[in-house]
Design a protein around this ligand. Structure first.
Ligand SMILES: CC(=O)N[C@H]1[C@@H](OP(=O)(O)OP(=O)(O)OC[C@H]2O[C@@H](n3ccc(=O)[nH]c3=O)[C@H](O)[C@@H]2O)O[C@H](CO)[C@@H](O)[C@@H]1O
Ligand SMILES: C=C(OP(=O)(O)O)C(=O)O
Length: 425
């Protein structure tokens, strides 16, 4: 297993260009199955989750190439609706195949998806949505089979604005007969990106970005070329890293409007942030101030995917901050690891009470999930001394060579890989 070794205490400085969004690229790649032919997707980052999605698509019979940041995907010879269990288990986003497969083949044979251990992460809302569109669903153990000879538009109300369920239902409904109205839909920017992509293929979808999405079914979709939006969570991670190390960083190719809640919180913490078109400049030279209360909630509120990273900044703040996680019940595991680096954090139910300390100290810590891992990297960059972050494969799910990106900003960070053992002869 790879490790990241960080010599902390050096302010980040310089300019970087932000990668395309994992959480937009994954459903878009799955949605490409809805059209026969060659679709080209630009700005697709090199991540473990993207590799898994491309491997699943290849297993289904597609041809997929990922060169530079472009994926060329020929779906013409896709021939099976069965996603192997071992691939389903490798990430949560494998569930995005369910809607497109059902729509294209009249059947989807999948399994409960895998992914980071941050909560129970049921898929009941995905399944209820597909059922409302006319699918018959059979669940035996881990295996899920959905069937529908022709999906029919329906009025669907989500009891919670689930990002994945909204996307799966959109992908299933585009080729259904008639109109689907999805209420209490998730409003994340990645959903707007999926709408733009599907509409570029010929779909008729309106309303993404609001809580009501209307999908008028069309006969067929055609392949297209499309560029994925910048990754708001990677942007936010680097913004926090810049502030935690008291550095000066310019981030290019961003969409600042997607980060309003983070920008607001960071300004309250005393961090200087200048927005100029698609550029964000972050600068900090003083100790951050505590922020009384931050609550993670669906977009446009503060994102759960930035909760662990902002916790690092608050760990170094002057005063007591309260950070409440309302989306995933198991997403405070980084607290124990940050405590090993000297942070003073008490957890009560889903709330973290963070008493800022003047400094963190290097330690050997474990990335328990993707964003927890990113937070530990930030903590290591800000800490005094050497930090070793283990279980880096979690971080590789969402950050395209994080150490390369940070080295460009002057960080002292390197990756170590285990030396293969010579076979005993
Ligand atoms: C690939 C991708 O885009 N991942 C993002 C997506 O995950 P994901 O789409 O899995 O997140 P959801 O919005 O679906 O989940 C939010 C909450 O709803 C619950 N739930 C969800 C579906 C369901 O059928 N039943 C149910 O109970 C989940 O357990 C969780 O507690 O949105 C999350 C919330 O912003 C982000 O943290 C993830 O980075
Ligand atoms: C939780 C995340 O991703 P996923 O839904 O793919 O597990 C994330 O990106 O932080």
């Amino acid at each position: 297993m790879d490790k990241l070794v960080i010599e902390g205490g050096k302010p980040l400085s310089g300019t970087i260009v932000i990668q395309g969004a994992k959480n937009a690229a994954l459903p878009i790649l799955a949605a490409s199955l809805l059209a026969e032919g060659t679709t080209t997707i630009d700005s697709v980052p090199h991540l473990l989750d993207i590799d898994v999605m491309l491997n699943i698509l290849r297993e289904l019979g597609c041809r997929a190439e990922h060169t530079d940041d472009t994926v060329v995907l020929d779906t013409t010879s896709a021939h099976t609706s069965h996603v192997p269990e071992n691939l389903m288990k490798q990430m949560r986003s494998s569930i995005f195949l369910m809607g497109p497969l059902l729509s294209r083949f009249g059947e989807a044979q999948v399994y409960q998806p895998g992914g980071c251990a941050i909560g129970e992460r049921k898929i009941d809302l995905h399944l209820q949505g597909l059922q409302a569109l006319g699918a018959e669903i059979e669940e035996v153990g881990n295996r899920i089979v959905c069937r529908a000879s022709k999906l029919k538009g329906a009025d669907i109300h989500l009891t919670f604005p689930s990002v994945g369920a909204t996307e799966n239902i959109m992908m299933a409904a585009v080729l259904a007969e008639g109109r689907t109205t999805l209420s209490n839909a998730a409003r994340e920017p990645e959903i707007q990106d999926l709408q733009r992509f599907l509409n570029a293929m010929g779909a008729k979808i309106m309303g993404a970005g609001t809580d009501t999405i209307t999908i008028d079914g069309v006969e067929r979709l055609a392949p297209c070329r499309y560029k994925v939006i910048p990754d708001r969570i990677v942007t936010g991670t680097i913004m926090v890293a810049a502030a935690a190390t008291r550095g000066q960083v310019t981030l290019q190719d961003t969409q600042p409007a997607h980060l309003s809640s983070l920008i607001h919180v960071m300004r309250r913490a005393g961090v200087q942030i200048v927005v100029d078109g698609d550029i964000i400049k972050v600068g900090s030279s003083a100790r951050p101030k505590a922020v009384e209360r931050i609550v993670t909630s669906p977009y446009p509120a503060f994102p759960t995917d930035l909760q662990s990273q902002i916790m690092v900044l608050l760990s170094l703040a002057d005063g007591v901050s309260i950070l409440k996680e309302t989306i995933f019940e198991g997403r405070l595991k980084h607290v124990d690891e940050l405590s090993r680096m000297g942070a003073d954090i008490r957890v009560d139910m889903n709330a973290a009470f963070i008493r800022g300390v003047p400094r963190l100290y290097g330690a050997t810590v474990e990335a328990t999930d993707l964003r927890a891992g990113a937070a530990l990297v930030i903590a290591g960059l800000a800490a005094q001394g050497r930090t070793v972050v283990e279980q880096v494969h979690h971080i590789d799910r969402g950050y395209d060579r994080i150490e390369t990106m940070l080295t460009r900003l002057g960080a002292r960070i390197s990756r170590t890989s285990p030396v293969p053992q010579a076979p005993n002869i």
